[in-house]
Design a protein around this ligand. Structure first.
Ligand code: ADP
Ligand code: MG
Length: 269
């Protein structure tokens, strides 16, 4: 599916650009631990990275390596114990809960494994939800535009339950893109989909990056999904253990195997 960049809209995040530095997402020395003392679990042990605007990054790693904690900290859903997170040039470390919530609603998009659509709302109402939650007037023209971009122009009046799993995830992607966010965070977005449908959803995320200039950060355990990304980051025991430029799923799977070797299994359990 070929996405074309829509007319750039003059909304609040265009009006107040942060000191950007070129990165959509920047983490510096991010640490997150659960508990204290001898029983502390170090979920993130000092993460440094900068993800450029218009990039597609996959985050992989064994179970317990810190992928979910990374995504939560990077998306302002969890607070690191140390270090800083900048999103679209805005420092979010120390931001009040209210400001963080507003920032998430206007400047971030989220796509989850379980779609997380509201069943009682129509597809169109689901898509404009981020606008309503941000206290803005739901823009139906924008909803139609973004539904067209994900190939669901004729489904706006349906309920989620009337759509296939792949179509529901495309609605979720439309909802994530509707505010033209700085970053879309996707947590196992193809985890509930069959291989063919997963490939369609991944191609859609890819074309959102290539055609709309979106920035996508996707956690996945699937090398075939990670093969759509420009860069694959490998977490092991709370640290970035490795990174690959765009690679085939076979290359990614081979790298995963070295991370899940017995020497890592103990540390990551
Ligand atoms: P992944 O998503 O890669 O499986 P997580 O980020 O969920 O890894 O977890 C990283 C580490 O932090 C694991 O050792 C996990 O048990 C621990 N952890 C995650 N959340 C909590 C929590 N709320 N309380 C205590 N430990 C946690
Ligand atoms: Mg996880």
């Amino acid at each position: 599916m070929g996405l074309r960049r829509g007319k750039r809209r003059q909304d609040e995040h265009d009006a107040v650009p942060g000191p950007d530095g070129g990165a959509a997402v920047q983490l510096t020395g991010v640490r997150r631990q659960y508990g204290r003392g001898a029983s502390a679990v170090h979920a993130l042990r000092g993460i440094d990275l900068a993800l450029p605007h218009g990039s597609f990054t996959a985050v992989m790693g064994p179970s317990g390596s810190g992928k979910s904690t990374f995504l939560q900290c990077a998306a302002g859903l969890d607070r690191p114990n140390a270090g800083s997170v900048r999103l679209g040039g805005t420092e979010i470390t120390g931001m009040s809960e209210n400001k963080l919530t507003a920032l998430r609603r206007t400047r971030l998009g989220f796509v989850f494994q379980a779609f997380n659509l509201l069943p009682s709302l129509t597809v169109e109402q689901n898509v404009v939800l981020p606008m309503r939650l941000a206290g803005r007037r739901p823009d139906r023209r924008r909803a139609a535009e973004v539904l067209g971009q994900v190939g669901l122009a004729d489904k706006g009046r349906r309920r989620p339950a009337e759509l296939s799993g792949g179509q529901q995830q495309r609605v979720a992607i439309a909802r994530a893109l509707v505010t033209q966010p700085d970053v879309v965070f996707a947590d196992e977005p193809t985890g509930a989909l069959d291989t063919t449908t997963a490939a369609e959803v991944l191609a859609l995320l890819r074309s959102a990056v290539d055609g709309l200039g979106a920035t996508v950060v996707m956690v996945t355990h699937d090398p075939a999904a990670a093969a759509y990304a420009d860069r694959v980051l490998f977490l092991a025991d709370g640290s970035i253990a490795d990174s690959l430029p765009r690679s085939t799923s076979a290359q990614i799977a081979a790298r995963m195997t070295t991370l899940t070797a017995p020497s890592y299994a103990g540390a990551a359990a």
